[in-house]
Design a protein around this ligand. Structure first.
Ligand code: AMP
Ligand code: MG
Length: 403
């Protein structure tokens, strides 16, 4: 067996960041920026009001109060999206709506709550300073400023900034196209009654979903029989059309574990026994320069293997520096028992957080075939070799619900 870190290093050594491409802004959520973005214009582009109210000259509010208001004639209305027909003169007010440009001649806004209608006039009920409630041009972003650098993850906020600058495309690292196939003669799909010995394929949907959730582009390569030719054909299609391929099943010690046999024949693959549980077997290598991950067949093992090897590796391929799931120190709310076997166990746990920090408890049966505990887990507790963790003791946990 080899240590987890050694297996991860073996994988990461072979992976390269994908070439950046021009992506429509609307498709770029979660991608990593590959250019420096300098603001082409000021945001906001013009001085405008932060409040519904009246554009005025601050000096005209001198002495105004509820008891002795200053009364000004209202000489116009400016809606958001329009401009004042003329400049504001001394002793005048213009009704103005949030986001509307400040008229020339005005130097403050008095919010509507600090005024009272008085026929065609308005009563000002308080004094306001110069600049009151005015958002100057460039208050958020100044033209020419370098606002984003390569490596920035494009989240909703970044997309909003780029949209406000009129950008329709960005240069970003491509999402890896990740092909997923299941292998196994016992596997079927759909609602038909199972024949003896059959089970339904779950890994393909699991891995396609994990790939989508991680920000990759999932590609379904199908359900493949335990047949060398069929497996090789599917692999070749996969590496010809994808940036990485994930297989599940057929990499253990069984008589019909053909994935391993095919990979060993067509390329240089490492067959690893990683000192972890679940997900001990891992086959990894390049086929026509495309990384292929041979993940184990048990559903929980395939998920844990994806989390520990495929996900961080493929996220690096799309330029993400936050490739790993965050790990935090937690307290075991109940014992996480195990027996010594030379492996680090990744226990499926439910993590809660309160004022005292993170707490974990088992999310159910820990067999690598027991999908319910994985479905109920939001963390993998890292339980080192030994007898396990006592209630109240510290344990490191990988948070599966954080990216
Ligand atoms: P294998 O590594 O092919 O021997 O598979 C190990 C275990 O995982 C066996 O019990 C398989 O039936 C099961 N398994 C393999 N692939 C899948 C799959 N796609 N969906 C559900 N179970 C699977
Ligand atoms: Mg199999």
């Amino acid at each position: 067996m080899i240590a987890l870190e050694e297996a991860q290093a073996k994988v990461n050594r072979e992976l390269r960041v994908l070439v950046p491409v021009d992506v429509p802004l609307a498709d770029s959520l979660g991608m990593v920026l590959a250019e420096t973005v300098a603001a082409s214009e000021d945001i906001p582009p013009f001085a405008n009001t932060a409040m519904d109210g009246f554009a005025i000259r601050a000096a005209d509010t001198a002495g105004a109060s509820k008891q002795s208001p200053v009364t000004l004639p209202v000489v116009g209305t400016i809606a958001a999206g329009s401009v004042a027909p003329r400049a504001l003169g001394q002793g005048e007010a213009m009704r103005i709506m949030t986001g509307a440009p400040l008229p020339d001649g005005a130097d403050a806004i008095i919010m509507v709550e600090l005024t009272r209608p008085a026929g065609f006039d308005v009563d000002l009920l308080g004094e306001v300073p110069v600049g009151n409630h005015i958002r100057p041009a460039g208050d958020d972003i100044q033209a020419g400023a370098e606002i984003f650098h390569p490596g920035t993850v494009l989240g909703p906020g970044q997309l909003g900034v780029l949209a406000s600058l009129g950008r329709q495309h960005v240069k970003a690292y491509r999402r890896p196209r990740v092909g997923v196939m299941s292998t196994g003669d016992e596997l079927v799909e759909g609602p038909e009654p199972l024949k003896p010995g059959q089970i339904r394929d779950s890994n393909r949907l699991i891995l396609l979903s994990l790939a989508r959730e991680a920000g990759f582009e999932p590609v379904d390569l199908g359900l493949i029989r335990d047949d060398e030719q069929a497996i090789e054909a599917a692999l070749r299609t996969g590496v010809a059309t994808c940036d990485a391929v994930l297989t599940s099943g057929g990499v253990s010690m069984g008589d019909f574990d053909y994935v391993k046999a095919v990979l060993n024949r067509v390329g240089e693959f490492s067959w690893m026994q990683v000192a972890i549980k679940p997900a001990k077997p891992l086959v990894f290598g390049l086929l026509d320069d495309v990384p292929v991950f041979g993940l184990p067949g048990n559903p929980v093992s395939s998920m844990v293997s994806f989390e520990l090897f495929a996900r961080p590796g493929l996220r690096r391929m799309m330029g993400r520096l936050d490739a790993e799931r965050p790990r935090v120190q937690a307290v075991a709310a109940e014992p996480l028992k195990r027996h010594p076997d030379g492996k680090t166990h990744f226990s499926r746990v439910f993590v809660t957080e309160d004022a005292d920090g993170f707490h974990v408890r088992s999310s159910g049966g820990q067999g690598s075939h027991q999908m319910m505990a994985m479905a109920g887990a939001n963390g993998l507790a890292v339980v080192p070799d030994g007898e396990g963790i006592e209630a109240g003791a510290a344990v490191e946990v990988m948070l599966l619900d954080r990216t």
